[in-house]
Write a protein that binds this ligand. Structure first.
Ligand code: ADP
Ligand code: ADP
Ligand code: ZN
Length: 214
């Protein structure tokens, strides 16, 4: 099963992608997590990516596409994967389709988690992230049982710099300009499935598994 998650920043893509990855035993590949771990480890890629991420801008396709295509060539991706945060531009989607076509392969579903802009700022200001293992929480909707510490790995939870309200507005603008066109792109391929992302996490999950198992 090869799945792409679509949706605005904060729509719940990562939350759902982790649950789907666990249920179907496929890898969860998040470009945001890959960039953040590179930043944390002080790599050259991390240094370059951070310049864009801090401004709420997309990291250029040149730094992003090969990274993902290489990741998908690894053994654990043979039986499928769930992509979270990639593709984010039409050229990224075309590069992915091209790489898959070379292997006579294709995506199965593009799942669009639909949440209106009004709900997004709340979601983001309450999001707390573990930069060590990629787990995410919400101070109201999904708090860590260990307070400000990650339930999974024990690292300290943080409010991401790019989740501050000014940067969130910028990221929403970037989403509408550069990423939203992917909804049409995948609709034309006949693989788009939209779920109402304003429901509870469990209800969104049930809607997605209902689609994947239909
Ligand atoms: P969110 O989960 O809130 O949507 P992500 O963790 O997916 O955020 O991404 C954080 C930032 O990382 C983005 O704002 C962007 O700067 C960068 N990024 C992540 N994925 C991509 C991508 N596919 N193309 C370009 N930039 C990306
Ligand atoms: P994305 O990966 O799309 O940026 P996340 O999965 O990180 O989004 O979710 C953004 C924030 O909203 C997180 O703090 C998360 O705990 C919370 N969240 C996710 N799904 C829901 C939901 N259905 N209802 C309420 N809060 C949610
Ligand atoms: Zn953690």
């Amino acid at each position: 099963m090869k799945i792409v998650m679509l949706g605005a920043p904060g729509a719940g893509k990562g939350t759902q992608a982790k649950m789907i990855a666990a249920k179907y035993e496929i890898p969860h590949i998040s470009t945001g997590d890959i960039f953040r771990s590179n930043i944390k480890n002080g790599t050259e890629l991390g240094r370059k990516a951070k310049e864009y991420m801090d401004q709420g801008l997309l990291v250029p396709d040149e730094l992003t596409v090969d990274l993902v295509i290489d990741r998908l060539a690894q053994d654990d991706c043979k039986k499928g994967y769930i992509l979270d945060g990639f593709p984010r531009t039409i050229p990224q989607a075309e590069a992915l389709d091209g790489a898959l076509a070379k292997l006579s392969d294709k995506l199965d579903y593009a799942v669009n988690v639909d949440v209106p802009d009004e709900n997004i700022v709340n979601r983001m200001s309450g999001r707390r992230a573990c930069l060590k293992c990629g787990a995410t929480y919400h101070v109201v909707f999904n708090p860590s049982s260990k307070g400000d510490v990650c339930e999974v790995c024990g690292d300290k939870l943080v409010l991401r710099d790019d989740d501050k309200p000014e940067t969130v507005q910028k990221r929403l603008g970037v989403y509408h300009d550069q990423t939203q066109p992917l909804i049409d792109y995948y609709a034309k391929q006949g693989i788009l499935k939209t779920v109402d992302g304003t429901q509870s996490m469990d209800d969104v999950f049930a809607a997605i598994t209902g689609i994947l198992e239909a």
